[in-house]
Design a protein around this ligand. Structure first.
Ligand code: COA
Length: 346
């Protein structure tokens, strides 16, 4: 596609090694421009693995915008294939020295066009800005671009980081505090794939994260990832050089009622990513949220060399309970993000 006069938008394949490297470099440069060293970005090897291992749960596409042969902007477009079938997620970046020339708009419109052609009518996007900025992101480039294109602000998130290692004495203290409250539950921690006997229960809880975590004004459905698709996503993690560190809480029947997971990437050496944490509604009030997180940190620190890394986590600004747990662990605020949504019509 050629648009904006001099900008060409091209979809990448696994064979486009140079362009994929440019995609990773430009996206990282743009994200760092917004939030400095707190920017998390895909390594080239991680996105190559996505293109080499197409998922049954989610279709992901990568585009670059070129001006005079040079990559000046990037798009990531993802469409769930087992749930949320009317939705797509889009992320657009433009090289800092190339902004306000219409490139972001060209990329966003192109992604919307591809999503609409695939029958998607609900577009989700995210933008980040420094934590000193306003809660609604007014005046920041990402939010302003999205608003200019008809996206509505749905919910504000706050990113926090925790330098590793966490003091063992603090972890022991927190584990000691929570233990009397969850005597009826067993905690299991491990690295890598979810054991066969737990995987169905694990997914039953994980699939509700999207709707159980605060959603603000964002419309969302539960996920419906099945075991086969989940196993494929675990294989993709391995191909990306990422190791999942996981803890589950099991009730007396051995059913998974709470979980947490952290991702330790090998191509990115600054961060550990905190992914979901959730306690099933009917098992709340037993300090299981703190307990699974503390157990997972202990397992990670005992089993991997993570000194010098930072755990990065994102919470809805209104998620007081999870934020309280994170602050006890020592997480500090680093930047803000907003989730925005648009309904495509016609
Ligand atoms: C957001 C981003 C992609 C915009 O790229 P861009 O090429 O500068 O965007 P455009 O030139 O197409 O801007 C289109 C309109 O968006 C709005 N806009 C974009 N940047 C803005 C800013 N810094 N301040 C205010 N409005 C802005 C304006 O309405 C602009 O129109 P105008 O230039 O005629 O006033 C770029 O700033 C970026 O990469 N930011 C970091 C990543 C991000 O936040 N992505 C958005 C999430 S999808």
């Amino acid at each position: 596609m050629s648009a904006g006069g001099t900008v060409d938008v091209v979809e990448l394949t696994a064979a486009d090694a140079d362009a994929l490297r440019d995609w990773a470099a430009v996206t990282a440069e743009s994200a760092r421009h917004e939030v400095g060293d707190h920017a998390t970005a895909w390594a080239y090897e991680e996105l190559l693995a996505v293109l080499q291992n197409p998922s049954r749960a989610r279709r992901e596409q990568f585009f670059v915008a070129r001006r005079d042969g040079e990559v000046v902007g990037t798009t990531w477009l993802a469409m769930p294939l087992l749930d949320n079938l009317d939705s797509a997620q889009v992320d657009v970046h433009v090289r800092p020295d190339q902004r306000r020339r219409g490139t972001g708009s060209v990329l966003l419109r192109h992604a919307e066009h591809v999503a609409a052609a695939a029958g998607r009518t609900r577009l989700d996007a995210e933008a980040q800005w420094p934590h000193t900025g306003p809660a609604d992101g007014a005046g920041t480039p990402g939010v302003e671009l999205l608003r200019a294109h008809g996206y509505a602000f749905g919910i504000g998130d706050v990113q926090r980081e925790l330098p590793l290692p966490v003091d063992d004495a603090l972890l022991a203290e927190l584990a000691g505090e929570t233990a009397p409250h969850h005597r009826d539950y067993r905690l299991e921690s491990w690295a890598g794939p979810v054991p066969d006997d737990l995987v169905e229960g694990w997914l039953a809880v994980v699939n509700t994260l999207m709707t159980e975590a605060p959603t603000g004004g964002m419309e969302r459905e539960e996920e419906a990832v099945d075991v086969a698709a989940f196993r494929a996503s675990e294989a993709l993690l391995a191909a990306q050089g990422r190791t999942a560190w996981r803890t589950a809480a099991l009730d007396r029947d051995g059913t998974v009622v709470a979980y947490t997971e952290m991702i330790l990437p090998s191509y990115e050496t600054r961060f550990v990513y905190q992914w979901g944490t959730l306690v099933r509604r009917d098992h709340r009030g037993h300090r299981l949220g703190t307990a699974v997180k503390v157990a997972n940190h202990r397992a990670l620190q005992a089993g991997a060399d993570v000194a010098g890394r930072r755990v990065v986590t994102w919470n809805a600004e209104v998620n007081d309970h999870m934020i309280g747990i994170n602050e006890r662990l020592g997480f500090v605020v680093t930047c803000r993000a907003g989730e925005l949504q648009k309904r495509l019509t016609g």
